[in-house]
Design a protein around this ligand. Structure first.
Ligand code: NDP
Ligand code: HSE
Length: 436
């Protein structure tokens, strides 16, 4: 049987999973590739650490030239993560004639144009299925299987760590314990603040928006909020109102203009996105021909991510990636472009929580400010004061009717200046039907 020689740079959580699939299940990859994917070298800066895989002697090295200097190696998986030296290494790999597979969304969101232009100029390819939603084949679906469609809407839970933390907090675990459990289980980024502040989700959204809509938007320009500011009180109120809080990434096309944002959102219980638990990811896509399609699966973790990386290595070895890469012209100047909607104009319902003084006239003042900004109240929750507290401050929760980001933002700024309101107040978007 023919051999395609492959290599890995970065033997961490994902790299170890990829090595295990290539070494322990070579028969499987050979059956699908029609050739053996022969693991020729693994580069990691630490060659001594014990890993959860049996490596043949001499395979692991800290010397990148064992790959770049070996013309027999055709396909290399970059799995070190981060921007540098990952960018330089990927450029070196391309220049030494390798096709690259990567799981590194941070790298693509920041340097996609440069890397893709370089690969195109050199006649090489870059495959990146694992960079968004781990084991879910969303890149292939958007760029190939749904290519007869204009995607109209994309709503996703794209960060497994955040979803895991939110799920555990709903079950009673405190925030810090949930973060360290996610780290221990291998879901979190090397710097977990990228997971919890929404950076990782927004980088993935930028990649999807690029593929689905030709949106050449820098991830830093997409409005972003993470789960690191979430309070247990909001999770309890959301539950009381019939919602779960999810870190939702949204890209939606209306009248030719794209809405983009990542934010903790109250999602109606019983709808598919609300029921996504633990480190699972999900993406609800609406195409103009296919209608609604829902993808669900493990979006982080060693083997789900390795599954996507090895599939890309097989596709690259058999030549499928090269064809798609050439025809799609991703991140190129020839792509169609789309305008981005001003964040203030985004429509929606909102959840507002205030900490207010409990005395006559407070409700009237708050309703007055909301009314002046044309924000209409749909429902209000104010419970009896906690008997354990002195009762002077109480939480007040308001659900609005349809309004805009701009109107609620301005109303909240004014409300937080009222003497009867203890800032900062909380404002979150509400999603009543995740599939429409
Ligand atoms: P890890 O930190 O577990 O693994 C990275 C490995 O690369 C480590 O062994 C690290 O060594 C090594 N490394 C770092 N810098 C260099 C270098 N300059 N030269 C050689 N080796 C180096 O990360 P993950 O496996 O979790 O993630 C890898 C990539 O996959 C990232 O881009 C991540 O975003 C992406 N990804 C991860 C998922 C997951 O669930 N973990 C899911 C989807 C994508 P050291 O330990 O010494 O730093
Ligand atoms: N840290 C990422 C997550 C890994 O939790 O989703 C998958 O990209």
């Amino acid at each position: 049987m023919d051999k395609t020689r492959v290599a890995i740079v970065g033997l961490g959580t994902v790299g170890t999973g990829v090595a295990r699939l290539l070494l322990d299940h070579g028969d499987r990859t050979a059956r699908h590739a029609g050739r053996t994917l022969w693991l020729e070298a693994i580069v990691d800066r630490d060659t001594r650490r014990q890993r959860d895989v049996d490596l043949p002697a001499g395979l692991l090295t800290d010397d990148l030239s064992r790959i770049t200097g070996n013309p027999a190696i055709q396909v290399v998986a970059e799995l070190i993560g981060g921007l540098e030296p990952a960018r330089t290494i990927v450029l070196e790999l391309l220049r030494s004639g390798k096709d690259v597979v990567t799981a590194n969304k941070a790298l693509l969101a920041e340097h996609g144009a440069e890397l893709f232009d370089t690969a195109r100029a050199l006649g090489r390819s870059i495959a990146f299925e694992a960079s968004v939603a781990g084991g879910i084949p969303i890149i292939a679906n958007i760029s190939q299987c749904l290519s007869a469609n204009q995607v109209l809407s994309l709503r996703g839970i794209l960060n497994g760590t955040s979803n895991f933390i939110v799920t555990k907090m709903e079950e009673g675990m405190d925030y810090a314990a949930a973060v360290s459990t996610a780290q221990r289980m291998g879901f979190a980024e090397a710097d977990p603040s990228m997971d919890v502040d929404g950076t990782d989700a927004v980088q993935k959204l930028a990649i999807l928006a690029h593929l689905a809509f030709g949106a050449r938007v820098h991830w830093r320009d997409i409005p972003r909020q993470g789960i690191n500011t979430l309070h247990l009180a909001d999770m309890r109120f959301a539950c009381e109102l019939g919602y779960r809080i999810k870190l939702l990434a949204v890209a939606e096309l209306t009248q030719g203009v794209l809405e983009l944002h990542v934010a903790p959102t109250l999602v109606r219980m019983g709808t598919p996105l609300a029921e996504v638990r633990e480190a699972y990811n999900a993406i609800s896509v609406i195409g103009d021909a296919v209608g609604p399609v829902f993808f669900h699966g493990l979006g982080a973790g060693q083997m789900p991510t390795a599954s996507a990386v090895v599939a890309d290595m097989i596709d690259t070895a058999v030549g499928r990636t090269g064809i798609t890469f050439r025809t799609l012209e991703l991140w190129s100047r020839r792509e169609a472009r789309v305008g981005i909607r001003d964040h203030a104009d985004l429509k929606g319902r909102f959840y507002l929580r205030f900490t207010v003084e409990d005395h006559p006239g407070v409700m009237a003042q708050i309703a007055g400010v909301l009314g002046r900004h044309a924000v209409s109240i749909a429902s209000i929750i104010q419970h009896e004061p906690d008997p354990a507290s002195d009762g002077s401050l109480v939480p007040l929760v308001i659900m609005t009717h349809m309004t805009t980001e701009g109107a609620t933002h301005q109303a909240m700024q004014e409300l937080d200046r009222l003497p009867c309101v203890m800032p900062p107040s909380v404002r979150m978007r509400v999603l009543d039907r995740s599939e429409s």
